[in-house]
Ligand binder design. Structure first.
Ligand SMILES: NC(=O)C1=CN([C@@H]2O[C@H](COP(=O)(O)OP(=O)(O)OC[C@H]3O[C@@H](n4cnc5c(N)ncnc54)[C@H](OP(=O)(O)O)[C@@H]3O)[C@@H](O)[C@H]2O)C=CC1
Ligand SMILES: O=C(O)C1=N[C@H](C(=O)O)C[C@H](O)C1
Length: 249
């Protein structure tokens, strides 16, 4: 068995916080040293690593606090961050190791590679790319963090930055679709855990690459694996591709 470590949970009473708590309880090598939510000040000195599924503002505040005291390490799952908030997390990762991902599932992290591979081979002059996602009615952000990661993978396969090729949502008298753009569509309904599809479409054929999350325990398990991995790393910003060994240094 690996050495015991002390974990904190940020957003502990939320859907993901409760799933993370259950995933940590299932491991013999973790002591849950702190649980906190909105309005509570965590004792970060008790933790080797904090797992955070909360809100963009809370994640940035936590990252700043960890960076200021040189620890603990962080696993951040919150989505919907602005580019400025992403830059704050990057800055904090100069002082503490941070894993940030919009999706901690193995399947989605494999899908990212498949999407990049397909986008590399399908000529943008002939093939349109659309990213579709569906989530539960309480989700606060759209498109989902995962959809944006998949869009980034598709853009990267084409040698582009997503910011340069992201299509505005289709609504009203839009005119014809612009060649080379990557579009996003979001559904919010019921208790859907997380559905993602990347659609590649030419005039003659379509290719769809999809992932379905069946239980959010899946994300919690991945985040706990990331926590075990990151606590002994040097300060830097990592993602699940690093944790899973999909990206070589
Ligand atoms: N990366 C991934 O794999 C996944 C990411 N997510 C993302 O994780 C985030 C949380 O999702 P979910 O659990 O469904 O949302 P919930 O709303 O159920 O939970 C969020 C929790 O964070 C709490 N919170 C708010 N402010 C703070 C704060 N300052 N410090 C600590 N906790 C705070 C909330 O408290 P209160 O209710 O009092 O505001 C709430 O308990 C979302 O951004 C979601 O998109 C979700 C699933 C998987
Ligand atoms: O809010 C959620 O529930 C989820 N959020 C993540 C995202 O924005 O992609 C991951 C997962 O799909 C569930």
């Amino acid at each position: 068995m690996s050495a015991i470590f002390h974990a904190g949970i940020s957003g502990a009473r939320g859907r993901m916080g409760r799933a993370v708590s259950a995933a940590l309880d299932a491991r013999e090598d973790v002591v849950v040293a702190a649980r906190f939510d909105r309005g509570e000040t965590p004792d970060l000195s008790l933790c080797d690593v904090v797992i955070d599924f909360s809100t963009p503002d809370a994640s940035v505040e936590l990252a700043r606090a960890c960076a200021a005291r040189g620890g603990p390490a962080l696993v951040i799952g919150s989505t919907g961050l602005t580019p400025e908030q992403e830059a704050e997390i990057l800055e904090a990762s100069g002082s503490v190791p941070i894993v940030r991902s919009g999706n901690f599932s193995l399947g989605v992290n494999i899908l990212i590679g498949l999407v990049e591979h397909a986008a590399q081979r399908l000529d943008p002059a002939d093939w349109d790319i659309e990213v579709l996602e569906a989530h539960h009615r309480r989700k606060a952000d759209a498109p989902s963090g995962t959809a944006l990661m998949l869009g980034e993978a598709a853009a990267s396969g084409r040698g582009e930055d997503l910011a340069d090729v992201r299509s505005a949502p289709y609504d009203g008298l839009t005119g014809a679709r612009q060649t080379g753009k990557i579009g996003f569509a979001s559904l919010r309904a019921g208790g859907i855990v997380g559905e993602h599809t990347v659609l590649f479409a030419s005039d003659d054929e379509t290719l769809t690459l999809s992932h379905s999350a069946i239980d959010r325990a899946l994300f919690a398990k991945g985040a706990v694996a990331a926590a075990a991995w990151v606590r002994s790393r040097k300060p830097s910003l990592y993602d699940m591709q690093d944790v899973l060994g999909f990206r070589q240094a």
